[in-house]
Each structure stands twice: as C-alpha cells, then as structure tokens.
Design a protein around this ligand. Sequence first.
Ligand code: EPZ
Length: 429
Amino acid sequence: MDRIAITGGAQLHGTIPVSGAKNSAIKLMAASLLTDEPLRLTNMPRLADTRFLGKLLTRLGVQVTESDGPAGQQTVLHAPEITSGFAPYDLVRQMRASFNVLGPLVARSGQAKVSLPGGCTIGARPVDLHLQALEALGAKIDLHEGYVYAQAPRGLKGAEIIFPIVSVGATEHAMLAAVLADGVTVIHNAACEPELADLQDCLNAMGAKVEGAGTPTIAITGVARLKGATHAVIPDRIEMGTYAVAAAMAGGEVRLTNARPGLIDALLDKLKEAGAGVEPTADGVIIRRNGHRLDAVDVETAPFPGFATDLQAQFMALMTTAKGESRIRETIFENRFMHAPELMRLGADISVSGGEARVRGVEQLEGAEVMATDLRASVSLVIAGLVARGETTVSRIYHLDRGFERLEEKLGACGAQVRRIKGDGEAEL
Ligand code: EPZ
C-alpha cells in the first residue's frame, strides 16, 4: 500500500485551487437515480469515494461517464432504467454514504434492498434517522440479515419529518426521497450545511420544488418526474479549510482559489484568533504566517455554521506547536480523536478525556512513522509532518485518497516536500 513521506521545514508559498466537494458530489451522484435523463455534474473531484459510488451506481443501472472538458472535470450519470434495486454489503461497507441510494431507489422504482453500512472508526453512526424519514414518507421498512428492505409500491407520500437531532446524511436522504413523493414534505430540524443547499439547487435544476435548504426547515413539493440537468458541484469547504490550516502550520503565504469565502468562517475566525493572517478574496482566501508562533485557542465542533468536525483533526495538528494549551471538544462523533496518539508519536503533548482533548503546544515536532486511521485524521498527520524535523511517513493513505484530490501535487506546488511512496505489496497490519 502507498505511503506519503513529508520532509518538514519548508514554508508554503503559492496558490492552491480547491476542488469540488466530496461530500456534496456523492449525494448529487445519487440524485441521478431519480431521473431517466442524464445528469451532468461539473467541478467534479476525482476521488476514491466518487469511484466507489460510481461502481455501485453502475450496478444499479446508471451509465457513469467521466471526462475532462474545457470547464474541467465532469461526470455524466444516466439511468434510463433502474436495472437492480440491490446495494450489496461489500459496496456499501466501503463508503457509508452509499446508503443514500436507498431513498432515491424507493422513490423511483418502489422498492430497494440496501445493506446497512455498519459502524466506522469515528463512531457508531447509526442510520435510524434515515429510516424514520423514509417511514414517515410511507415506505415499509424491514430489517433482515444486515439489509434494509424498503417498499412503497404505490409511491411515497409527502409528510412532516421532525428530526430529533441534526443529521446531514438523514436530511439529504429525506430530500432525495421526498422530491418524487406525492404532496408536500416539511423537514424540521434539518441540517444547514452548505452541501444541503447544493443538493437543493441541483434537484431544482432537475425540476424538483425544494426550498429552505441552508435553514432548519426545508419544504419540498413532490413532482411526478424529474429531468436531466447540468450542475456545478460546490467547492470543498473541508479541503479549503485543510489547506488554510496547512499554510498556518508551515508558514508562508498561500492563496486558496476556486472556493467560496463564507463556507469556513468558524475556522477562519479561529485562525485569526491564533494569530494567522487571513484575507478573504473574491474566490477564496489568502492565509499568511511569517515566522511568529501561533497562540493556542480552544475549539468545539458543532453543526454548520459552527466549527466543522471534519476540520477538528487538522486544527489539533496546528495546535501541537502553538504557544500554550488548547482545549478541543468534539461534539458530533464519539470517537474522533484517533489522530491524537499518532500526533503524539511526532512529539505532540496531548491528553484525551471523553470528548475533550488538551493540547499543550511544543516548540518542535520530530518526524516519525505514523498511521492514518480515517480520512481527516490522515491529513492532520501530513499537516504535522510539514513542520516536524526530518521525515514523517504516513501509512494507510488509502484513507487520504478517499477525500483529497492530488494532495501531494497541490502542496508540492507551494514548496512542500511531500512525496508518495508506491506500495511494494507488503501487507500492512
Ligand atoms: C456527514 O456525515 C459527512 N459525510 C461527515 O464527513 C461529517 O463529519 C458529518 O456529516 C458531520 O458534518 C458525508 O457527507 C459523506 P450526520 P453523516 O448524520 O451525514 C448521528 C468526512 O470525513 N446520527 O450529520 O453521516 C451520528 O452518529 C465525513 O468527510 C444518528 O444518530 O453525519 C452523528 O453522531 C466523516 N442517527 C450525528 O448524528 C442517524 O440516523 C451527526 O451525523 C444519523 C446520524
């Protein structure tokens, strides 16, 4: 398996274009199941996760065509008919968001059998809210041998859906199912993440009637059929935030482009509080740090517009060399500190107790061999490696490849010493 080696010490100077958002792209791809006409997605990231989902959608009857046009990377998804309503364990297990094909399949063809995704390293991550939403829309749900069987032979019906807690995936799933339901659906306590508004825009371009995404109440008036459309995927706010943290960590000056300022205000406020230079631009942000050490600041993760859980690991890496002690509270997932022991292998001083980590900044990290445990954890190790003395090698970077497009190239273009070491076939335990 591949590894990434980073030689620490180089400042970053240059421009990094932000790719399309993984967490939006994979829900937009699922929307292609809702119509027999082609859905053209532009600004598409090419990632392991989009490939996984493409593979599953192909099994269900979607023709998936990737190309690089003048407007950049695009994917056309065309499902003239649903040839199978079965999403097997081996495909869903590889990527939890694959579970979101259930709603569109039931909405379009009245039935589906989709594997339960199971837990993952960052937490149990149940799908009870997804199933509650589909039941509210009139689907009959049965669970057998690890699979969800959902049926609505006479179609879904509009309903009130009241989520007891905020869930990005369940809100998106409810939207994807309700657009073809008969009547009006109102989702209360909806997630407000920007990816929801992106999904709304795409569905509306396909002829759906959705309003309110980006607020806690989303109203959907069901339509009988959807049509093809062209839609540009929103910029990846987590990738943008990750490189903003990388620039603040390594020092220098990095301009992030092809993005939207406003998507990561909670992070940018914390970077400013820590002493980094932050200058929003028309299509992104410039991050600067020249020599001085950053101050420790506390963060607590929260649903959007709060501090994103998907940026918590990166920020922890940043705090490992800040002046003073930082308290980092994780409130979204119960087990999302697995990067802490790996950062400690690089010399970080961190103690974790329940949902809180205390990071006491050290003057210097030392390069070491470390292991990625999940997507965002893996990039936090790369960020720490940018300033660690000597070489840091990160193994299990298949996690990284799920969500960061051409990471070595993007960081390398700004002067980082980052290289991929191709696997020698040796099994990793
Ligand atoms: C999405 O996951 C993202 N993934 C995650 O990014 C992100 O961390 C998360 O939202 C929060 O922003 C994708 O979009 C593919 P949730 P999701 O449902 O939708 C609990 C990354 O690194 N919950 O908002 O799965 C759940 O356990 C990934 O790119 C239930 O209890 O997150 C969690 O504690 C990691 N029952 C909380 O809600 C349910 O049915 C929020 O999870 C669903 C969720």
